[in-house]
Every structure is written in C-alpha cells, then in structure tokens.
Design a protein around this ligand. Sequence first.
Ligand SMILES: Nc1ncnc2c1ncn2[C@@H]1O[C@H](COP(=O)(O)OP(=O)(O)OP(=O)(O)O)[C@@H](O)[C@H]1O
Ligand SMILES: [Mg+2]
Length: 485
Amino acid sequence: MTEWWNNLKAWLSIFWAHADAVPIRIKIMGMVAGTAFLVGGWSIFQVNEVMKQEAERQCHDMSIALASELAVRAQEYVLLNDLLGLTQLLKNAVKNLPDLRYAFVLDNHGEVIAHSFEGGFPLDLLKVEHGISPAVESLAIKTNEGQVWDAVIPILKGEGGLLRAGVSERRSETARLSLLNALMLTTIVVAGLGILFSGLLTWLLTRPLKELVNFTRMLKTRDFSARVTRITDDEIGQLAAAFNEMAAQLEMAERVRQDADAMRSGFLQKVILAQEEERKRIACELHDQTAQSLAFLMLELRILEQAQDQAAINASIGRLRQALTQELNSIRNMAMELRPLVLDDMGVSAAIESYVRRFEEGYGMKIDLYLDGFDGIHLPFYVEIALYRIVQEAMLNVVRHAAASNVTVIIERIENEIRGVVEDNGRGFDVSSLAATHRFGIYGMKERAQLLGGSLSVESEPGQGTMVSFVIPIRQVFAEDARLP
Ligand SMILES: Nc1ncnc2c1ncn2[C@@H]1O[C@H](COP(=O)(O)OP(=O)(O)OP(=O)(O)O)[C@@H](O)[C@H]1O
Ligand SMILES: [Mg+2]
C-alpha cells in the first residue's frame, strides 16, 4: 500500500514538474478539450448502454408479439394441414415485417413443417434450447447477422405444434450506431469549439500578461522609460496601469539618482580643484608675500650692520619691527584661514564667535550672534569642523550674494542635537532654481549635515532674505566620541 502510494506521489510530482513548464494557453486548452471529451465519452457510454437495453427489451417484446400473431393466424392452416398456405403465410410475414428475420412451424414431433427460408432451413436453429413447451418465451441468439430474438409460441395450446419467429436487432442496432455517431460528432465539434474559444480567451488573457513579462524584463535592464499599453479596462488593465505608475516612479527616482550622482562627482571635482587652488594660493602667498618680506628683512639687517650712528640703527630697528609685525599678522591670517586653531584650543563656539567678529570688522556688517549650550563641552571633531564650515559658507554667501544689512546667527545645543540658523535680510533668491545653477556651496553644506545624520534646508524668496537652518544629531552618530558634560 505504501509502495503504491509512493509510486503515485512520484508520478504526480513528475507530472507537475512537466505541467508547470507548459504555457498557460496549452494548459487551459488541454483542460477544456479534456473535459469535453470526458463528458462526451461518458454520455456516449451511458446512451449506448441505455439504448442497448432498450433495444433488447423491444426486440424481446416484439418477437413474442409477432410470433403470437403468426401463431394465431397459423392455426387454421395447421388445422387444414395446408402446409403450402402456411409456408406462404410465414414468407409473406417475413417479407412485410422488416424486423422479422424468419418464422417456422414445428409439429409435435419437433419436425419443421413450414418455414420462411428461401434456400433451405438452417438446422442450427433447432439446437436453440427453449424451456419446456408450451411455454411462451423469447431468447437472444447470436447469428452471423447480429443478435436475433427467437420467440416460441405454442399453436392451439401446443396441440398444433410450435411457432418460432426471429426478430433481428439489426434495425435498432443501426439506429443506435447512427445516434452514437451523431453523439461522437457532437463531442468532437464541442471539443473543437471549446479549444477554439479557450484558445481565444487565453490569447486575450495572456497577451497583456506577455506584455507585462516583457515590460518587467525591460525594467530589469534599467530601462525605466518602458510602458505597458493598457489594452483592457479589467483587472489586467488595472495591473498594467499600476505597473506604468511604478515605472514612472522608478524613472523619476532614477533621474534623481543620476542628478545626485552628477552633483556628487561635480562636488568632488570642485573639492579637488579647491584643494589645488588653496595650495596655489599658499605658494603664491609664500612666494610673493613671505619671501619678499624675508628679503626685505635681509636687506634691512644689512643696512643695520652698516649703520654708523644710533639714529640710523634705531630707524632700521623700527622698520624691522614694523616689517616683522606685518609678516607675523599675514602668516597668522593665512593659518587662520587654513584652519582655525581656536577650534582645537577653545572649541567650536569660540571659533565661530571669532570668525563672526572678524567678519563684522572686515565687511562692516551687523551680525547678531547667539550661541548656547556649548559651555565646557568639546564636541566630536567631525561635528565641530562641519559646524564651522557650514557657518563659514552661509556667511560667505551672505557677503557674496545677499547685499544684506543685518545677519542673525543662532546656534544652540539642545540635549543631543545642534540646531542652527543663519538668516539675512538681503535680496534673497529663487530656491527652486538652485539645482540648475550647478553651484556647490549649498550642496556642500547639505552634504556635510547629511553625512552626520542631520539635515540642512535653505528657505528664500527674491526680496525676502534667506534663511539657512540645520540640525545635526550628536549622540546618534558619534555617541562614543562625544564628550558631553
Ligand atoms: N544668502 C543668499 N542671498 C542671496 N542669494 C543667495 C544666498 N545664498 C545663496 N544664494 C544664491 O544661491 C546660489 C548658490 O549658492 P552656492 O553657495 O551653492 O553657490 P555659490 O555661492 O554661487 O558658489 P560656491 O560654489 O563658490 O559657493 C548663489 O549663486 C546665489 O545666487
Ligand atoms: Mg557659496
């Protein structure tokens, strides 16, 4: 039993493995054709059985009825011993009744005294064993012409012998066969129509599905411009619409990603370029300013060496001191621009304060500075430098683009977050046109904030001033670095 079950399971799994790979159209058409043939076959079988039984019953009854009728009519010939008339009666009956195949009369000794056969009596018929006479009965016998119902009827209650008549099933057999043929033809036509319609239906169903499959293949190759043609308005049509929506979103996301990539690589180039520019500037500064000053100092020292009197010495020392002070200041400024040491020494709030104050002096601009929450703490280095550079860029933008009379800088640490705002009352600008400018100042500020897990936004409108605001989390990103009180 278990072996049988295991074999069945193995066969089923092989069948499913093959059936799985068959296209839907063939599966549906196969199912429809299979069902039509199954139903048709079953109907044919049923009809055949019923008709067979009915034909047998009819032939049985008919054979008895015809034989009884003939037996009655044969009585007078038997009584008159008119064997010729009797033979004529039997032959006429067979001739006129299409179902009646033969008829014959046996005398009381079992001898055939009259029959309807033209070419001699077939003796085999006498071997058919009926019940004990004078019973009325009919038996089915097999002949070379098919089944024949052989009925036996006693004449004159058995006194005048027996009449036997054979009714052939041929006619009802022919009718049965032609009905079966018609049924078979109907089954084939129904199956054919079923295959045709199911093929049409699956074609209608699978055509958009095929298109969807092709569409997803195109998506796989990152061709997001592909769209599915919406053929119908049914569920498949809705699916196509949903796919199209998804493709549109993917296309937009792809465009945003490509723009961001382009922006990022532009930014990188700019950073590298800026580094080189900075090096060039320092080299020029060292060459033009520092080297010149040192040459001047050498010259001044030579003058000092050759000075004859105290007054000349004093004048030379004065010039030397002045030149040294100038040079010292210029080196200090250079160092400051490169990297504010105060950032390392006193922390970011002091560095921002000193930067803002120098700005105020340098550009004669009124700046309201508000710093809070930084007392006695050192933030992680990355946060400090990012904060400083963001403020620096925002302030430089104010100077370069805003033509503002008033600037407000607010930076505060609230628990584990730094929130900052740099606002000016300058000419403002259209923020939506920012992407098209391919400038990197604001982009760089945003990148710095995002790198630390924060965010930065710029709000502005022409004539309405500009506000740069940002949030940088401290603990989330640099929880271990942070040295909070
Ligand atoms: N405070 C401001 N007031 C008015 N316009 C501004 C302000 N800040 C920025 N903008 C406008 O936004 C543009 C982009 O600024 P962004 O800082 O990105 O580039 P940039 O300053 O022009 O060049 P850089 O890449 O050297 O910083 C500026 O060109 C300017 O038109
Ligand atoms: Mg800028």
